[in-house]
Design a protein around this ligand. Structure first.
Ligand SMILES: [Zn+2]
Ligand SMILES: [Zn+2]
Length: 91
């Protein structure tokens, strides 16, 4: 048995964008919360007095735009796929 298999939790490896600045963990520009030490935690901005900076807002807006574009691309793909399928069925 290998130790690495015991300690490796794939769920912890999942990358998700920061809720505050929209960057992935490695690129997160959020400051550390002086109260709890959390980074990019929305609660810190609601409860611990942290303020979202212009840079963070811009960064998040950029992420949202990218997500939006990705979703559009996805939709286009599925739409064309569905059209292909229905087109093939129609007589
Ligand atoms: Zn962040
Ligand atoms: Zn905090």
């Amino acid at each position: 048995m290998r130790d690495s298999e015991l300690t490796h939790n794939p769920e912890l490896d999942m990358e998700y964008p920061c809720e505050i600045c929209g960057n992935y963990i490695d690129d997160c520009i959020c400051p550390e919360c002086p109260i709890c030490g959390g980074v990019g935690d929305p609660n810190c901005y609601k409860k611990h007095g942290l303020i979202v900076s212009e840079e963070q807002k811009k960064s998040l807006a950029k992420r949202k735009k990218l997500d939006e574009e990705e979703r559009k691309e996805d939709n286009k793909y599925w739409e064309s796929l569905l059209q292909d399928i229905s087109g093939g069925v129609q007589k």
